[in-house]
Design a protein around this ligand. Structure first.
Ligand code: LLP
Length: 426
């Protein structure tokens, strides 16, 4: 009771108060397992760091969109950052007030914008002039002005993986700094639009604070300039991006991040929005998998496991490192040897870990792939007609299946076969 997170007890890995092998027995492998306690702790740590600031936490739903996870953060007072109508609907269904939902994203369709306006979405982060025009048109015809933050592309390199860097000139995101004043003016003059401030998000899994500093200082200068020109700037959305531990990263302490934010923005008297995703969920989740068999070939040792790139694509897509822990606690003196932990998918890139030093694994052994609570299940697919891994949440000694494994019948019968393919009459 009251235990949080993933620790060995009595020789097995536990998730909060439950033994992982028992959960595996219940739900079968592979599966995602989230610790409600760790998620709460991460949220409360984030909120505590911002204490005293006029700040709002809008959980970035894209990191983990399970309804139970969103509801957990909603219960702690979170708003939401959404990037699609689907995420908007999830946020609303979890009871997050529309006024506390920020609609981000570079490609909002007219239908999505209309849905968000109808719901009463609290803020639109606009990423282009054309988007502003569409929003203005739809908002004016609906009779309710849309609160808009202009997303700035500050041309700052976040120093993270290329594919998740979003704030460099030439990245598809945001509006170039020198065009912002002109667009801000345009926003003020358009019917249906109420410009409330600026937004920035330079990337994800940042392990240093310097890029945040560079972007934030630029944002602060821009606020002063806009105010000098007579514009009201009431809100700043500082995005997400805080890194977590996958291997041995020095993740920036939230207190340091908050101190930086205070230093730069406290003098401006402006309300702040934060959009953390990964920091609230990544370390609170594991992907549990079972070794199907082992083999040696071409001078390499393979452990073929039942989780694959369709379940967790981060290693394949970003060459991401995820720590792997045997569920049965290894003898501290056990020898390790390099092994390729691979999935069953028919692609050479289906590798969870290459040449990883691990104690000997055998068929039937369970492993836990760590820091899988963010950008794990949300990025999964049914590739190779594999059933997406189910998700469970533990809370001390309680267990709930929060997204069950669907069955093959449902997966196959979701498709429709036209009679002109089969030659049968309808
Ligand atoms: N706000 C905006 C506008 C974003 O684009 C993102 C993430 C966030 C907030 C949340 O960022 P976080 O706090 O989670 O770093 N699939 C990739 C990560 C993609 C992040 C996309 N945007 C991965 O697995 O590393």
């Amino acid at each position: 009771m009251g235990m949080s997170g993933f620790t060995y007890r009595g020789g097995v890995l536990c998730a909060d108060g439950l033994a992982v092998p028992d959960i595996a027995e219940d739900v079968g492998t592979p599966f995602y397992c989230y610790s409600a306690n760790l998620m709460r702790e991460a949220y409360l740590e984030f909120a505590a760091a911002l204490d005293g600031l006029p700040a709002e936490i809008c959980y970035a739903i894209k990191a983990n969109d399970n309804q139970a996870v969103i509801s957990l953060f909603a219960g702690l007072g979170a708003g939401a950052d959404v990037v699609s109508e689907g995420e908007l609907r999830r946020a609303l269904a979890a009871g997050i007030p529309a006024a506390r939902i920020v609609f981000s994203g570079v490609g909002k369709t007219s239908a999505e914008i209309a849905a968000a306006l109808k719901a009463g979405c609290g803020q639109f982060n606009v990423e282009s002039e054309a988007e502003l025009d569409t929003l203005a048109e739809l908002a004016a015809s609906g009779g309710r002005p849309a609160s808009v933050a202009i997303r700035v592309n500050p041309d700052v390199d976040a120093g993270t993986h290329h594919k998740i860097s979003t704030g460099r000139a030439g990245d598809k995101f945001g509006i170039e700094s020198d065009r912002v004043p002109e667009i801000y003016r345009r926003a003020r003059d358009l019917p249906g639009i109420k410009p409330v401030g600026l937004a920035v998000h330079i990337g994800s899994q940042l392990t240093k604070l310097d890029p945040f500093r560079a972007a934030f200082e630029q944002l602060a200068r821009m606020v002063s300039r806009l105010r000098r020109d007579g514009f009201a700037v009431e809100r700043l959305d500082l995005g997400g991006g805080l890194g977590v531990v996958y291997r041995n990263e020095a993740r920036p302490p939230l207190t340091d991040y908050a101190a930086l934010v205070r230093e730069i923005f406290a003098p401006l008297d402006v309300s702040l929005t934060f959009e953390p995703g990964r920091r609230l969920t990544a370390e609170a989740g594991i992907l549990v998998s079972r070794v199907i068999r082992t083999k040696e070939s071409g001078g390499r040792r393979f452990a073929i496991v039942d989780a694959a790139m369709n379940d967790l694509i981060r290693p394949t897509l970003y060459d991401a490192w995820h720590d792997i822990h045997p569920v049965r606690e290894p003898d501290p003196h056990a020898e390790t040897a390099p092994v390729d932990v691979v999935g069953p998918i028919c692609e050479t890139g289906d590798v969870m870990a290459a040449g990883r030093a691990l104690p000997a694994l055998q068929a039937g052994d369970l492993i836990a792939i760590r820091s899988a609570g963010a950008y794990g299940a949300v990025m999964s697919s049914a590739y190779n007609c594999r059933l997406p891994a189910p998700e469970v949440m533990v809370d001390s000694d309680r267990l709930a299946v929060i997204r069950p494994r669907i069955c093959y019948t449902d997966l196959i019968s979701a498709d429709r076969v036209p009679d002109w393919v089969t030659g049968h009459r309808a």
